[in-house]
Design a protein around this ligand. Structure first.
Ligand SMILES: Cc1ncc(COP(=O)(O)O)c(C=O)c1O
Length: 284
C-alpha cells in the first residue's frame, strides 16, 4: 500500500505532503482532529467520527470548508488510491494559514488535511496484551470534550507512563475522580456494575466508549455513566480501556498493583468479542 495524504484537495505521498509554515495548527495548536480505524479497506464508524469532528470544529468556531458528505467521498477515494486494507485515517482541520496572531485571521480558509497509514492486522483476542497503567493528576483544561490538537498534557502523562513501564496513564481530578486515559476512556466493573465517567467537558466522548455502552445495554449487563474514584479503580474486579486504535483493552495492573480479577475478566472479554463482531458486521 501507499501512505497517501490529501491536503486541501491535493493528493500526494505522506513524505511529500506539505502544509504552510504559517498553518495555525502548526504555530498555535489552533485545530481539531479525528482518528478512524480502517478494517478491510473500510473506515469503521466514519460518520460518528465526522459528527464529532463537526462538533469540535463548532466548539472552536472553525467552519469545515467542505460538506461532511464530501469528506466521506474523499476518504473512500484516498483509501482506494492508497490500497489500504488495515490502517488508520487521520483527519485534521485548522483555522488556516495566516501571519501569527492570537486573533482569528480574517479571510483565511481553514486547512483540511487527511492521511492514511497502514497498520498490522488485528491480533487474535488471545494475543491482546493486558495493559499496565499508572494514575496521574489530570492537568488538562476544562474542554476535554473537544478533540483538539493541543495534546501536551496527554503527551507528558503518557511519557511518564512509558518511563514507568506502563502503557497508559489514567487521569484523575479533584476528589480523586477518574476521568479517562491520555488516549482512552476507562471502564471498571465494581459491585456487579460497569461504570465509566459520564459525558461532560472533563472527558472526550469516545466513539468506542459509546459502542461499548450500547453493547453492555444490548447484553443486559448492568452499567452506568457514573463517576468513580481511584479507590474504586483499585477495588474493581475488572478494568479496561477503550479507544479506536486499542479497541477494548484489558488492564492488568494499576500503579504496580494487580487488578483483583483476571485480565481480561469475563465481561471485558465478552466486550472484546462483541466489538470484533461489530467490526466484522460493519467492515467485512
Ligand atoms: C483523551 C482521549 N480519550 C478517549 C479517547 C478514545 O476515543 P475513541 O474511542 O473515539 O478513539 C481518545 C482517543 O484518541 C482520547 O484521545
Amino acid at each position: 500500500m501507499r501512505n497517501l495524504a490529501w491536503i486541501n484537495g491535493t493528493v500526494s505521498d505522506i513524505s511529500e505532503a506539505k502544509v504552510s509554515l504559517e498553518d495555525r495548527g502548526h504555530l498555535l495548536g489552533d485545530g481539531v482532529y479525528e482518528v478512524t480505524r480502517i478494517y478491510n479497506s473500510r473506515p469503521f464508524y466514519l460518520s460518528a467520527h465526522l459528527e464529532r469532528l463537526h462538533k469540535s470544529a463548532v466548539a472552536i468556531r472553525i467552519d469545515i470548508p467542505v460538506r461532511i458528505g464530501e469528506i466521506e467521498e474523499i476518504v473512500a477515494d484516498l483509501i482506494k488510491k492508497s490500497d489500504c486494507i488495515d490502517g488508520y485515517l487521520y483527519i485534521q482541520l485548522t483555522r488556516g494559514s495566516a501571519q501569527r496572531n492570537h486573533l482569528f485571521p480574517v479571510g483565511a480558509t481553514p486547512n483540511l488535511t487527511l492521511y492514511v497509514r497502514g497498520l498490522d492486522p488485528l491480533p487474535a483476542l488471545e494475543a491482546v496484551k493486558p495493559a499496565e497503567c499508572i494514575t496521574l493528576p489530570d492537568e488538562r483544561w476544562l474542554n476535554c470534550h473537544i478533540k483538539t490538537v493541543n495534546l501536551l498534557p496527554n503527551l507528558l502523562a503518557r511519557q511518564k507512563a512509558a518511563e514507568a513501564g506502563a502503557q497508559e496513564a489514567i487521569l484523575y481530578r479533584s476528589g480523586d475522580v477518574v476521568t479517562e486515559g491520555t488516549r482512552s476512556n476507562v471502564f471498571i466493573l465494581i459491585d456487579g456494575k460497569v461504570r465509566t465517567h459520564p459525558e461532560s467537558n472533563l472527558i472526550l466522548s469516545g466513539i468506542t466508549r459509546r459502542i461499548v455502552l450500547d453493547i453492555l445495554t444490548e447484553l443486559a449487563i448492568s452499567n452506568s455513566e457514573e463517576n468513580f474514584t481511584r479507590h474504586d479503580l483499585q477495588n474493581a474486579s475488572e478494568v479496561w480501556i477503550t479507544s479506536t486504535t486499542m479497541e477494548v483493552n484489558p488492564v492488568a495492573k494499576i500503579d504496580g498493583n494487580r487488578v483483583k480479577g483476571t485480565a481480561p475478566g469475563p465481561i471485558c472479554y465478552r466486550l472484546m468479542e462483541e466489538l470484533r463482531n461489530k467490526i466484522a458486521a460493519t467492515c467485512f
